[in-house]
Design a protein around this ligand. Structure first.
Ligand code: COI
Length: 350
């Protein structure tokens, strides 16, 4: 049965200048919240943004049953708002929930929650080219109990925040061969909080060495590239767009998936396959032009300037005619309605 969403709105609507603030620092005025109790979703509402009251023994605080999504809404050329790839984000959210033993969210609840929230906070969707509204659906286990168990009670929430450029300049990364982001059979394919918390320490060590991020390698051999920081890793070498295949420890990135489809549409050769960092090294040593970039919802396309392998920095190509910039611009055109949405990726709010 379709959930009714109650709506309580602020009377005064004021959009502050958020451009100068760090990513995600300023939430919009409203949020969505629904409770899962007695085996069903209830009390769904869009309300003014507010703090939560949570038991200190809420299970999410102890055993990590938390899952989130990262989505974006764009102001289109015709003034409408486009929530990009609602379906794919919904599917991935539920896959993550399943992996973390958390209850599925019905599609109509997910879609209506985001629709109502973005519509009420429409003034917060930036109008300038590098701006968007970042949408963060998430779920936490709220049942109060210290005993280790799968929770019986949850909150599903959605918050938003205006977003601009995630990285202001091309990144310096190092191939990480000590720590791993995820292992096969683990939770790497799920968007659960622990994957991100566990990455802070190695990312911090890399920053102390002067790098912006790490290029993760696989847990078994440390030879195969997995992801870059919190993004999928992509390369353009020998006129071919290459990205590691989804191994189970790699997140099925929506931006990754979109860029691969667009590249194929445009006739660019695409390879999804295991890629060893030594293959990159060989390309650098052969003097080839290597483009490297991270692909993610928040960062979209984040150019990589250098890759450090065994302590030596190798320069990647970041010239204006780079393929990654073409891909970014093709993607952008679809999102704002400047190019046809042939894959039906746009969810329009008028
Ligand atoms: C995203 O790109 O949406 C992410 O989830 C990465 C980060 C903001 C956590």
């Amino acid at each position: 049965m379709e959930q009714t969403i109650s709506i309580t709105s602020h009377t005064e609507r004021k959009v502050t200048d958020t451009r100068a603030l760090p990513f995600g620092k300023v939430p919009t005025e409203h949020m969505f919240i629904a409770e899962y109790k007695d085996g069903k979703w209830q009390n769904a509402s869009v309300t003014p943004f507010h703090d939560l009251s949570l038991s200190p023994i809420a299970l999410c605080l102890h055993y990590g049953q938390t899952v989130f999504e990262g989505m974006k809404a764009f102001r289109m050329n015709d003034g409408n708002i486009n929530v990009f790839r609602m379906d794919k984000h919904y599917d991935r959210f539920n896959l993550s929930l399943q992996r973390m033993c958390m209850p599925a969210v019905p599609k109509d609840l997910f879609v209506n929650a985001i629709h109502q929230l973005v519509a009420i906070d429409a003034d917060w969707v930036p109008t300038d080219e590098d701006g968007s509204l970042y949408i963060r659906p998430f779920m936490i286990a709220t049942e109060a109990r210290i005993g280790v168990k799968v929770a019986d009670e949850y909150l599903f929430m959605v918050v938003c925040s205006p977003a601009f450029l995630y990285y202001s300049q091309p990144l310096r990364v190092k191939v990480e061969t000590t720590y791993v982001r995820a292992a096969e059979g683990g939770t790497g394919m799920a968007k659960c909080g622990g994957n991100y918390g566990g990455a802070f320490y190695p990312a911090g060590l890399a920053r102390e060495e002067g790098f912006d991020q790490v290029l993760w390698t696989d847990s078994k051999t440390h030879e195969y590239i997995e992801e870059s920081g919190t993004m999928n890793a992509m390369f353009f070498i020998d006129d071919t767009l290459i990205t590691p295949s989804l191994s189970g420890s790699i997140l099925d990135g929506v931006t990754r998936n979109s860029l691969l489809s667009i590249a194929r549409d445009k006739g660019v050769r695409v390879e999804e396959r295991p890629i060893k960092y030594t293959e990159l090294l060989a390309a650098f040593q052969a003097g080839k032009r290597v483009e490297a970039f991270g692909a993610g919802t928040a960062a979209v396309v984040a150019p990589i300037a250098t890759i450090s392998i065994h302590g030596t920095d190798h320069a990647c190509y970041t010239g204006k005619d780079a393929m990654m910039y073409k891909l970014r611009s093709w993607l952008y055109d679809i999102r704002i309605g400047a190019a046809p949405d042939t894959h039906h990726w746009n969810y329009i709010i008028r």
